[in-house]
Ligand binder design. Structure first.
Ligand SMILES: Cc1cc2nc3c(=O)[nH]c(=O)nc-3n(C[C@H](O)[C@H](O)[C@H](O)COP(=O)(O)OP(=O)(O)OC[C@H]3O[C@@H](n4cnc5c(N)ncnc54)[C@H](O)[C@@H]3O)c2cc1C
Length: 204
């Protein structure tokens, strides 16, 4: 029966976005034989063109920096922001999401992802009960030349190759507002400094 198939694997992953590739890495690390398939000519999915920020309460980098947070506060915030949305966002699922975030960070960290906090980036409703500033994390920029020939088929290659971090966008927004308010081209040089560590994005 099995010889009717082109490939027989333990885990077949459909899609090359964050969900698919993280699932594939998880399965491969567990010693399973994994095949990832992608239905478009490019890999990376929506993930590759997204802002790349992860909302991750009680993450290890917050704890390292002494920022107070708790699963209970995050659950309170989710209830305030989402409300009752049925089984798709049950308390059990919310807890699973909150518990697995740091595990995902550690897993991908073992494979070379270097995480950064977004200390200035707020929850969308930071003033609501349980809301906070600085729960976001993102990966540090890395040298895409490490991808070798894989880069040619990366959806990320379609974009502007500028390693802008979340807090840079925050600062750029302020800078643009400042320029518009002054109406002066010289204001374009108004001080903004990339929050990302430009010297720190070489390959580990
Ligand atoms: C401009 C923008 C900015 C965003 N910024 C953020 C952000 O900062 N933070 C955040 O949390 N979210 C953000 N999002 C949302 C986030 O990008 C998506 O929720 C997330 O990337 C979805 O990941 P995924 O792995 O589920 O799907 P995707 O990344 O879309 O990957 C799905 C992949 O599966 C492939 N596929 C589909 N069907 C099949 C099939 N039958 N067989 C094989 N392959 C298939 C697709 O071609 C695609 O490559 C943003 C979205 C956009 C558009």
């Amino acid at each position: 029966m099995t010889d009717q198939w082109d490939n027989v694997v333990d885990v077949l992953v459909a899609g090359t976005g964050a969900a698919g590739l993280t699932a594939a890495i998880t399965a491969a690390e567990a010693g399973l034989d994994v095949l990832v398939v992608e239905s478009t000519p490019k890999w990376g999915g929506t993930t590759a063109v997204s802002g790349g920020g992860l909302w991750m309460p009680v993450n290890p980098l917050m704890i390292r920096d002494g920022v107070r947070d708790s699963v209970e506060e995050a659950l309170q915030y989710m209830q305030e922001a989402i409300g009752d949305a049925g089984p798709a966002s049950s308390i059990k699922r919310r807890r699973a999401f909150l518990d697995s975030g740091p595990q995902v960070m550690r897993l991908l960290g073992r494979f070379g992802v270097r995480w950064r906090r977004c200390p200035d980036y707020p929850d969308y409703y930071p003033d609501r009960p349980g809301g906070k500033v600085g729960r976001g994390v993102e990966s540090a920029p890395f040298d895409t030349r490490r991808l070798g020939e894989w880069y040619a088929t990366a959806r990320a290659a379609d974009g502007l190759p500028v390693p802008v971090m979340t807090d840079d966008v925050w600062l750029l927004g302020r800078s643009a507002g400042s320029c518009a308010a002054r109406g002066s081209s010289s204001a374009r040089s108004a001080a903004w400094r990339p929050a990302s560590a430009w010297s720190g994005w070489a390959a580990p």
